[in-house]
Design a protein around this ligand. Structure first.
Ligand code: CTP
Length: 410
């Protein structure tokens, strides 16, 4: 399960859970889930899709829940706009079962019933519990819709293997309500996700070295890959500090979970990273740090004074410093943007820098590197392993990098 999001210190009775039920045979199990949630004291608001009411009764849910079951966007006597009321007040939304149709509508951003509209109107963590026949579970369309939702921070509890409706057997069975309940409690209590308890420092963006009060020397780095690493690490439950020279905004679902330090120059980045790295488990140096800074003029250089002579001085090699001062067990990851002899240069750089991993990309290739939403990289380690990650979104590359460097599989 890819996880993260937020931790709740609220009492169960003050914790509002929306229980969404879509139209699948496993809908009967959500009655038991509702009972477990109520027994634990949570405030539960059920939403049944119109198809769910073909499988389970509204009255059953209303009798067990904290407030009456809702099934429609319209005709609610308590509020004219139930989706915003439910979405904004939820501490967590769980959809069990989530059918292939519900998953597709959610991934598309459709809001054609109360449940999908509520899912769009919330910033709370969402846990989907898919349940369907194996053939449907394995359909590329379902896989892709789930991948899209995962990238947006939605938590997916994978179905179990076992007997399915109609006498079939295979993967697709809704997990036992107790398992869903325990997963929910982990998400609400924090600590969810394979990187929970790990502290990660990520640097991103191209530093800007001032020449005079109006001019700078910089590079083409957009910061997208470093931001994607920070966002994905947060979704995986890590404690993330991002030190960035990029102005890019962070993804809305995780922005508030990332401790962000904005810097401009290589010197500022050096200071911020030294502070943060002293207690980090993993440091990812995705930033394109200037190798030289300028001896800055305190006044604007004027044309009439002729072609200026710009004096450069070397900056500190931050990655080198990190390796020199690393604390025991700390994993350090460097990046390399190359344009020729890519792997050869990367192998030499990995040795020279002494970091544990080096992520190299060929920035001259199509769709790769600076300012593209996609990237293609090779991840090298000191044992000589080289893992090629073909052209993929920067989020997917981030998952691969974090999986490799943390030694976890997700
Ligand atoms: N790096 C750093 N401090 C610097 C320059 C680079 O920490 N002053 C880090 C980058 O964040 C990256 C790695 O070092 O993780 C490699 O950066 P790169 O520019 O590719 O390597 P350089 O050592 O600068 O070598 P060259 O530019 O000659 O390829």
């Amino acid at each position: 399960m890819r996880a993260n999001l937020r931790t709740s210190t609220k009492e169960p009775s003050a914790t509002r859970i929306v229980l969404g039920v879509a139209g699948g045979i496993a809908a009967y199990k959500s009655v038991e889930l509702l009972r477990l949630l109520r027994d634990a004291g949570y405030f539960v608001s059920p939403i049944l899709t119109p198809d769910a009411t073909r499988f389970v009764g509204e009255v059953t849910f209303s009798a067990l829940a904290s407030e009456p079951t809702r099934t429609s966007l319209y005709g609610d006597p308590t509020t004219p706009i139930p989706h915003t009321y439910l979405g904004q007040n939820a501490d967590l939304i769980v959809v069990a079962p989530a059918t292939a149709h519900l998953i597709a509508r959610y991934a598309m951003g459709l809001a054609d019933d109360l449940l999908t509209a509520t899912l769009l109107a919330t910033t709370a963590p969402v846990l989907l519990c898919p349940a369907m026949h194996t053939e449907m579970w394995e359909q590329p369309s379902v896989r892709e819709n789930l991948a899209t939702l995962r990238r947006r921070g939605v938590l997916i509890l994978e179905p179990d293997e076992g007997p399915l409706a109609g006498g079939d057997s295979g993967r697709g069975r809704l997990p036992h309500p107790q398992k869903i309940f325990e997963t929910l409690q982990t998400v609400l209590g924090g600590g969810a996700g394979p990187l929970a308890g790990q502290s990660i420092v990520v640097s991103a963006g191209g530093t800007r070295e001032p020449i005079d009060p109006v001019r700078v020397i910089t590079n083409n780095s957009s910061g997208r890959q470093g931001h994607a690493v920070a966002e994905v690490a947060a979704r995986l439950g890590a404690d993330v500090t991002l030190i960035t020279a990029s102005d890019l905004p962070l993804a809305a679902d995780v922005a508030r979970h990332i401790d962000t330090v904005r810097v401009r120059t290589a010197a500022e980045m050096h200071r911020a990273i030294c502070d943060a790295a002293s207690s980090a488990d993993i440091v990812v140096m995705a930033a394109a740090v200037a190798d030289f800074s300028v001896v800055v003029s305190d006044h604007k250089l004027k044309k009439e004074d002729g072609v200026p002579r710009i004096e450069l001085t070397p900056t500190v090699d931050i990655l080198g410093e990190l390796v020199k001062n690393r604390r025991p067990g700390q994993v350090i990851v460097g990046f390399a943007a190359e344009t020729h002899n890519v792997l050869e240069n990367a192998r030499t750089k990995l040795k020279r820098k002494g970091c544990d991993f080096l992520v190299v990309n060929d920035v001259s290739a199509d769709g790769v590197g600076f300012d593209h939403p996609t990237n293609a990289v090779v991840i090298l380690n000191q044992r000589g392993d080289e893992t090629e990650v073909p052209l993929s979104s920067k989020e997917d590359i981030a998952y691969q990098i974090l999986s490799k460097v943390s030694g976890r599989d997700f």
